[in-house]
Design a protein around this ligand. Structure first.
Ligand code: ATP
Ligand code: MG
Length: 368
């Protein structure tokens, strides 16, 4: 039923929405969140993120302090989202050239200076360990799937759930949003919704199931509809802005990661461009995960493999680009009697394993 409703949207309607996009995109996060939020208006959490505090106390460097960056260049960089030394330090020369119009040589010099300023060189193994120790997990709502994921969805990483329609990817997105806020009632969740499948009602049920106040949970979820792939990418930049302004974000959900890309880039000739954009999109997400120790949860569909005669005749969309950029990948499929089978694949530090769960009205439970 859900599928047909989504498919029913006429081409004209889609066109209309896309045309409106520039108006919407500027303040999309705030506007949409206002509509979706049932109660109180969002209050900006004044706490300054860790990475920013560190960067600022260490050198107190601003973008304008970088050699080759005058007021005009700083302004252009800022408009393109490169408004901190950290953002520039982790940018590519091409990105800086595009944002500011400086030559590539100057861009390299600016990035180099930003990196020097931030002392982004080698870390000892011990420092890496301390950093890893700061990472936390967000529960997926059922103990058996948490167990195969070593506690749930990890901060500092991208977790991809892929599977056919109705396999439960969106349900897990909703559950994670609620669990993140349960673990830290001060934190916020960003939900980038590309298919209009965010349901406040489901959040309400899951929150109630966990004994939380549903309105409080909903108030801390910022939902943004992404109207096309460019808009989807822009929303990640907007999220970075929110974080830099002091919003404490613990989880970013992109549901679905690939649907717009798949719909917009049709045919073999466009494949390279699609993969390049997807790659950038995932890099942007990975950067945020790493810089701010937050979790990123993305969903992905599968397509039929016509040349496959044995085993599972499906594969995830986005190929190697999505696969390589996701730290943890879970394949969801329907099991017996309404259950779902979740299989962890290719995790860097965990064994491949699977478990059976059940989506219920109140939550997600162990099954099988
Ligand atoms: N209130 C509910 N109680 C029990 N099960 C539910 C409830 N709401 C949804 N579900 C289950 O979740 C399924 C939908 O899963 P979900 O929307 O997460 O799929 P998906 O993997 O995101 O699919 P798509 O690829 O179409 O986005 C339903 O088919 C149903 O089995
Ligand atoms: Mg879905």
């Amino acid at each position: 039923m859900k599928r047909s409703r989504r498919d029913d949207v006429s081409q004209d309607a889609v066109q209309e929405v896309v045309l409106e996009e520039p108006e919407v995109s500027g303040e999309a996060l705030d506007k949409v969140a206002e509509v979706e939020r049932p109660v109180e208006k969002f209050k900006i959490d004044k706490e300054v993120p860790q990475a920013k505090v560190k960067a600022e106390t260490r050198k107190e460097m601003t973008v304008q302090d970088l050699p080759g960056v005058g007021a005009a260049t700083a302004e252009k960089l800022s408009l393109a989202g490169f408004d901190t030394v950290m953002a520039i330090a982790v940018a590519t020369p091409g990105e800086v050239v595009q944002a500011s119009g400086v030559s590539e040589a100057v861009a390299r010099k600016i990035i180099h200076a930003a990196r020097e300023g931030l002392d982004m060189g080698f870390q000892t193994g011990l420092e890496v360990l301390e950093r890893r120790n700061r990472m936390t997990q967000i529960s997926l709502g059922a103990s058996n799937i948490d167990q195969i994921m070593a506690g749930g969805v990890h901060t500092g990483a991208i977790t991809e759930f892929f599977g056919a329609y109705g396999s439960g990817k969106t349900q897990f997105g909703h559950m994670l949003a609620v669990q993140a806020i349960k673990a830290d009632p001060e934190c916020h969740v960003i939900y980038i919704d590309t298919e209009n499948t965010f349901r406040p009602g489901r959040v309400y049920q899951f929150a109630e199931g966990l004994g939380l106040e549903p309105e409080k949970v909903l108030a801390n979820i910022k939902v943004a509809r992404a109207f096309n792939s460019d808009h989807q990418m822009l929303l990640v930049d907007k999220t970075a802005e929110l974080i830099n302004e002091g919003t404490k974000v613990k989880l970013i959900i992109v549901d679905s990661l690939t649907a717009h890309f798949r719909a917009e880039f049709v045919g073999r000739g466009t494949l390279a461009e699609r993969q390049q954009k997807l790659n950038k999109h995932m890099h942007d997400l990975a950067k945020l995960a790493d810089m701010h120790n937050l979790a990123v949860y993305v969903t992905n569909q599968v397509m039929a493999k016509p040349d496959m005669f044995f085993g599972d005749p499906t594969e995830a969309i986005g190929g190697n680009i999505v696969g390589h950029n996701s730290t943890y990948r879970v394949y969801l499929r329907r099991g017996k009697k309404g259950t779902r089978v979740a299989k962890l694949i290719d995790a860097p530090d965990l064994p491949d394993s699977e478990c059976v769960i059940m989506v219920t009205e109140k939550g997600i439970e162990n099954a099988g």
